[in-house]
Design a binder for this molecule. Structure first.
Ligand SMILES: NC(=O)c1ccc[n+]([C@@H]2O[C@H](COP(=O)([O-])OP(=O)(O)OC[C@H]3O[C@@H](n4cnc5c(N)ncnc54)[C@H](O)[C@@H]3O)[C@@H](O)[C@H]2O)c1
Length: 379
């Protein structure tokens, strides 16, 4: 079979962006690893002028700018001085998770549009404070989930939304690595706040929740552990000594609409993968092969399982090719286009709030050792 089913999901080629004639003044807050993909994208754009950079580590922003041959930039010791002293259209917040909220809120309060790296922040309360500042400012705030721009991720959403699976009632998602614990600022509460969930878990949550329209999470039974990261047998001793976030998390989440979300994520474990993503519906099911976790795409062709003319059939959805610019460029470009065109944020906080709330309630439920209701204050 398959041609008929397959043709419903024909790949669409992304339209590349046009020249607006206006130069946007941009600042970069936090000049570590992920800031590289932001500056590389901005430098490719004729309508962007990078005017300022900030980092808490003295000299780091200067070295970063020099590495990219960017001249005439003003440097600041933190987000505050940068925002206070510059007239900016936009900032990239590329800091570690624990300072996402303060940098973003400060920028919004000063009328600056924000492209905020994922995860949105650490707690539900911070997410709500960010959204209050966003609402008050009327500015664009987009969260940096570039895998959404991958054609295969778009295909997952198209398949679910086409109705071919019927009503969705159960989703298994997540993933992980046998060994793949990061280091630097990712492994301490004081900088990262959360571990594997903030690094890679938020992506798999976004893949499936975006596909089903981001229903509200209602209850969470969460579990977290750190058996590998803190053990010098599996992590280098200096990193093991300071490791205090989770390297594994699992949860059973009830979503509005009677959908069950079964989630697990690992930076390290004694198996190569905890399994594929599986979406079960009343008319069909979808299998999304696990990746090396997480490279922004899927691990191979997807399969739709359904019944046709009384037979059980399987339809293979080939891996889609991504054309044109890379995902990081498209992420930055879609944010700037929303500013220029007065559109919606490409990855809106109204959705990512639920992603953050699930992660935060996994942490809270794990501490309490029982199922908890998801509580989200009014925005
Ligand atoms: N989208 C992606 O694919 C992707 C990939 C990697 C990391 N990330 C995210 O990007 C964020 C940063 O990760 P990283 O690997 O670049 O971390 P990093 O530690 O290399 O860089 C963060 C930098 O921010 C600076 N900083 C922190 N607070 C600041 C403040 N208030 N003002 C100015 N500078 C400040 C730190 O000094 C540090 O240099 C994390 O939240 C991470 O989850 C996203």
């Amino acid at each position: 079979m398959s041609d008929a089913v397959l043709s419903q999901f024909t790949q669409q080629v992304e339209e590349e962006k046009k020249d607006s004639g206006r130069k946007l003044k941009v600042g970069i807050i936090g000049t570590g690893w992920i800031a590289e993909s932001h500056i590389e994208s901005y430098l490719e754009m004729d309508d962007v002028e990078i005017v300022a950079m900030a980092d808490l580590i003295p000299g780091k922003a200067e070295k970063f700018a020099a590495r990219y041959g960017v001249e005439g930039v003003h440097f600041y010791p933190s987000h505050k001085e940068l925002i206070d002293n510059e007239q900016l259209d936009a900032v990239s917040v590329c800091t570690y998770n624990m300072t996402h909220a303060e940098c973003t809120i400060y920028a919004l309060e000063h009328g600056v549009n924000v492209l905020l790296e994922k995860p949105m922040c650490v707690t539900t309360e911070e997410a709500v404070e960010i959204m209050r500042a966003e609402k008050k400012s009327g500015k664009i705030l987009s969260i940096g989930f570039q895998p959404r721009l991958d054609e295969n991720m778009k295909m997952v959403k198209k398949i679910v939304q086409s109705g071919v699976l019927g009503d969705i009632y159960y989703i298994q998602t997540g993933g992980g690595r046998r060994r793949g614990i990061p280091n630097s600022t990712f492994i301490e509460q004081k900088t990262a706040g959360i571990g594997a969930m903030g690094d890679i878990g938020c992506y798999s949550l976004d893949m499936v929740l975006n596909a089903i329209g981001y229903p509200k999470p209602l209850t969470v039974t969460g579990y977290t552990s750190g058996f590998f990261g803190a053990n010098p047998k599996y992590n280098n001793p200096a990193d093991a000594a300071r490791f205090d976030v989770e390297d594994f998390a699992a949860a059973f989440v009830r979503l509005e609409g009677g959908i069950i979300l079964d989630f697990r994520i690992a930076w390290a474990m004694h198996i190569d993968s905890p399994g594929d993503t599986v979406i079960l519906g009343t008319e069909g099911a979808l299998r999304i092969p696990a990746t090396e976790c997480w490279n922004g795409s899927i691990g191979g062709p997807m399969t739709i399982y359904s019944d046709m003319a009384g037979n059980q059939v399987e339809t293979t959805i080939p891996v889609c090719e991504n054309r044109g610019k890379g995902l990081f460029y498209k992420k930055v470009r879609s944010f700037l286009d929303a500013i220029l065109e007065g559109g919606e944020a490409p990855v809106p906080t109204s959705q990512i709030l639920y992603n953050q709330a699930i992660i935060d309630h996994i942490v809270k439920s794990a501490k309490l050792g029982k199922e908890i209701e998801v509580v989200i204050p009014e925005i």
